[in-house]
Design a protein around this ligand. Structure first.
Ligand SMILES: [Mn+2]
Length: 328
């Protein structure tokens, strides 16, 4: 199912051979999968003895990626026109140039190779690459490329890509019954030196104490609607000032709420300024929260969406509940 064709392997190989220098970039607000995928491409280029620069618009907000921040820059190395012609751009975990974010320099019009797993309209503007929306992580695709192109992974790279696969799959929780190929690939990573226990600790520890206190406040404020199927909670400006300055652990909040009996969707609203709010929406299988998010100018995926809009939390909550009542 995920088997890479000889054609795409040859295409990647000639892309590497035909350029003297490479830029490697993922999406802005990078996560573990994005960063480790970029590092995986860097390892492939190391093998071929090709120089490169790792780019990221940042910010490195997520706890899980901070350790790698120093390897990335948001400013492209200067090149003149003739050098640019011989340079290639790798894009990982991202299919659109705009999602890369603000990089100081011109990424456009470079010969480009994309490796991604997001749902997309496909590769545009003559971009080369491989996009497989069934792949659970971009790092998984990078592993397959490395193995086909070069062979067994060295221990350090195995650990890195394992980390990426673990973050995007929620430590394998999001994988379904069709995942035997993924587990087979992960087994090879563990054989090469990846350590699940250490990786779990690296991903899930070191969160600021303030995020635990904020979580307590948000759990305390949660209210149930629509016969207990919808849970809404919110963060005020005062909450942010007191406990939210080092960020928040929204993932844990959603996970705790969605694991309660009868709860099918969760809304988390934050009063950003006196007049604006940000909202996050999560659901179990069948509720499509993107429908609600789009009513407030947002969007996203069926089970995970977000929005930013004008308004006060206390007036937005009844409006949001009303929209949920239409679809639940
Ligand atoms: Mn990803």
């Amino acid at each position: 199912m995920f088997e890479l064709s000889q054609e795409i392997i040859d295409e990647l190989k000639s892309f590497i051979e035909n350029h003297d220098f490479f830029f490697i970039a993922g999406h802005k607000e990078p996560d573990g999968d994005c960063i480790t995928s970029c590092l995986g491409i860097a390892a492939i280029l190391d093998y071929f003895g090709k120089p490169y620069q790792l780019l990221s618009a940042g910010p490195f907000k997520r706890n899980e990626v901070i350790r790698w921040q120093d390897k990335f820059s948001d400013t492209m190395e200067f090149q003149d026109e003739s050098e640019r012609k011989k340079s290639g751009l790798f894009i990982a975990d991202c299919s659109e140039i705009v999602r890369i974010g603000d990089i100081d320099g011109d990424l456009k019009n470079l010969d480009t190779f994309v490796i991604d797993h997001h749902k997309t309209s496909g590769l545009t503007d003559g971009m080369k690459g491989h996009v497989d929306s069934n792949a659970p992580a971009c790092a998984f695709l990078i592993q397959l490329f490395y193995e086909k192109l070069i062979g067994d992974l060295p221990a350090e790279l195995a650990k890195t890509l394992f980390f990426g696969i673990c973050t995007d799959t929620g430590f394998f929780r999001f994988l379904t019954e069709n995942s035997s190929e993924v587990f087979a690939a992960v087994s090879r990573l563990v054989a090469s030196g990846a350590d699940p226990r250490t990786t779990y600790r690296e991903i899930n520890s070191g969160k600021p104490y303030s995020t635990r206190k904020l979580l307590g406040i948000l759990l305390g404020k949660a209210e149930r609607y629509l016969d207990g199927r919808l849970v809404v909670t919110w963060e005020s400006l005062e909450d942010t000032k007191k406990w939210g300055l080092e960020g928040r652990d929204s993932d844990s909040l959603y996970q705790l709420m969605l694991s309660a009996k009868g709860v099918e969707a969760v809304v988390f609203l934050r009063q950003d300024t006196e007049t604006t709010c940000t909202g996050g929406f999560r659901s179990q299988d069948k509720i499509d929260v993107s429908l609600v998010a789009s009513k407030f100018g947002g969007g996203g995926h069926k089970n995970a969406s977000g929005m930013s809009c004008n308004g006060r939390v206390e007036t937005l909550i009844p409006q949001i509940v009303k929209e949920f009542a239409r679809i639940m």
